[in-house]
Ligand binder design. Sequence first.
Ligand code: GUN
Length: 280
Amino acid sequence: MSETGIIDGKAFASTLCGEIARKVGKLKAEKNITPGLAVVLVGNDPASEVYVKNKARQTREAGMNSFEFRLPATIGEAELLAKVQSLNLNPEVHGILVQLPLPKHINESVIINAVDPKKDVDGFHVINAGKLATGQEGFVPCTPLGCLMLLKATLDLPGKHAVIIGRSNIVGKPMAQLLLRENCTVTVAHSKTKDLPAIVKQADIVVAAVGKPEMVKGSWLKQGAVVIDVGINRVNGKLVGDVDFGSCQGIAAAITPVPGGVGPMTIACLLENTLRAATA
Ligand code: GUN
């Protein structure tokens, strides 16, 4: 039994944010451009409130402008569309993020695809999703991008078998595209997958993004697998991932903790995408 390494996403993200802040300073000094990120929050989902507050704080800490818009849950689709369109036209706004989920009466795809693809720092617009799928340069969703950075810093990717659990547009699908681009062999498992433990057993890399607390067990893993836990679940007031962290000790070669793993990387990548949008 060898010791399991902890992949310190918090430290990695902190270094990345420091580099971004330095580049922002340079952009201001040399080109008089201050990158601006607009975050739109509809309604008052408590988890979304926390995310949005953290995003805004870190945006300011990186020296960027943060524009926050809190809109009532009762807002109509047309009114929200008008807000997005005004942000598309605002030259001070380089990146636009509409926090998901949106209230049920609003069609998420309509809103996501109304964002100017050049300001789509979430990488959710169908144009950016298509660019990722076809190997063209565009914006890549922040969470899978952060997972990829952690994986690249942990192991050599070509030829590895990656099993992604979850097929969401936000994480699972773009993660699969990114790992394919790195020459991994990719399996995407989901709620209808049969005998998930047997599939996970084949994986050199496991990315868990299902939203089920501590579902993936250490006994499912191949000895030496690298585990990326995207889950953030609140159980009895405590945050846990989609992976049963304790049972992976001595089996996984390395694993991301929750909290302090993938979460901080998502925001760092959002800032990176916003800086890119401001320099394009
Ligand atoms: N809700 C959960 N994750 C995300 C994210 O990365 N971006 C947005 N816009 N909403 C989310």
